[in-house]
Design a protein around this ligand. Structure first.
Ligand code: ZN
Length: 343
């Protein structure tokens, strides 16, 4: 089958790959429709590695995908041929201790698309466990289906924050993950989400989605938060940039007893201001991907409470997928999510 293959750093090729997958009793085969390009895909393309994960053999990229079921295993009850679906890209060992504890995303044996040495989904078809494949409602498009993956990250962050109705949240960083985190926070009951960045077009889009946008080149975040909360501070701070400065100052806009969720992944280790956290008895949470939040993410899309459509700013056909990656590596400031359509 045809696939977008990362041959080596900065060298992509649309190639015929020999991936033979048979449909087991609990699996489905899916014809891929749309794949979103993630920051991690671009990072592997440009640098060939993320921390300990190193691309040693040619690897198919992509993990944010939707498609149509074309074959079902004999035990599969929840899906049938023709269903439009999206897929959770990380498959744990179902018999592992982490899975039993409900945190299968942390299973050391998890196999995650486009994390070496596992091939991703920028190819014609994939075989996937039915229990990690989710039916899309009629009013949720393939493009939105591909964005359930990043939205799930925001949902996991909102879950960890234990948001209460009426909370005020800050999100630092207005990339894809910052935006979906802000949307998840609003849908979880936040009365206000204040989101920061330096790129005005992204902030303008977040403002359209109901967030209060703060351009930190022109405005001071602490001043805005103090004004919105009578000097008390934000109930939750989501750090979604991975930026060293944002991590260091994450506790500044927080209220006493509030929660900071670290979502962004700094490329190198960065300092955290422990005393500032202690002085507020801050609760500190971290997330790594997500565990079983896809159904709730899809429900929110179906209900209209979350609309990710404006985030898909650039769409390419599969034949132009190398161009798509070149663009995603050096996008316009107006770009949020670049998507590739396979059909
Ligand atoms: Zn992703």
């Amino acid at each position: 089958m045809k696939a977008l293959l990362l041959k080596e750093t900065k060298h992509l090729e649309i190639a015929d790959v020999d991936i033979k997958e048979s449909v087991g009793p609990n699996d489905v085969r899916i014809k891929i429709h749309t794949v979103g390009i993630c920051g991690s895909d671009v990072h592997y393309y440009l640098h060939g590695r993320i921390g300990p994960f190193i691309v040693k053999e040619p690897m198919v990229l992509g993990h944010e995908a939707s498609g149509t079921v074309i074959e079902v295993g004999t035990n599969v009850k929840n899906l049938k041929v023709g269903d439009r679906v999206c897929m959770e890209p990380g498959i744990p060992d179902l018999n592992s201790r982490a899975t039993l504890l409900g945190m299968y995303n942390l299973d050391p044996a998890v196999r995650f698309w486009a994390t070496p040495p596992i091939h991703g989904c920028l190819r014609e078809t994939v075989v996937h466990p039915a229990m990690f494949t989710f039916k899309l409602p009629d009013n949720v498009s393939f493009g939105e289906g591909a964005l359930v993956e990043p939205l799930a990250v925001g949902m996991q962050a909102a879950k960890k924050a234990m948001i209460q109705a009426g909370d005020v949240a800050v999100v630092t960083g207005c990339g894809t993950i910052g935006m979906v985190t802000g949307m998840a926070a609003l849908a979880s009951g936040c009365s206000k989400v204040i989101i920061t960045d330096t790129l005005q077009p992204k902030l303008d889009l977040a403002a359209k989605m109901g967030m209060t946008a703060v351009n930190i080149i022109k405005q001071d975040l602490k001043t805005v938060v103090d004004k919105a909360t009578d000097g008390w501070g934000a109930d939750v701070v989501f750090e979604a940039s991975g930026n060293e400065n944002a991590v260091l100052h994450a506790f500044e806009p927080l209220r006493p007893g509030g929660c900071v969720v670290f979502i962004g992944m700094p490329v190198e280790p960065v300092p955290v201001d422990i005393v500032s956290a202690q002085a507020k008895e801050a609760r500190i949470e971290t997330i790594f991907r997500y565990a079983h939040v896809y159904p709730r993410a899809i429900n929110l899309m179906e209900s209209g409470k979350i609309n990710v459509k404006p985030m898909i700013t650039d769409t390419y056909k599969f034949a132009d997928s190398i161009k798509a990656f070149e663009y995603a590596a050096n996008p316009k400031p107006t770009s949020v999510k670049v998507a590739i359509e396979m059909q």
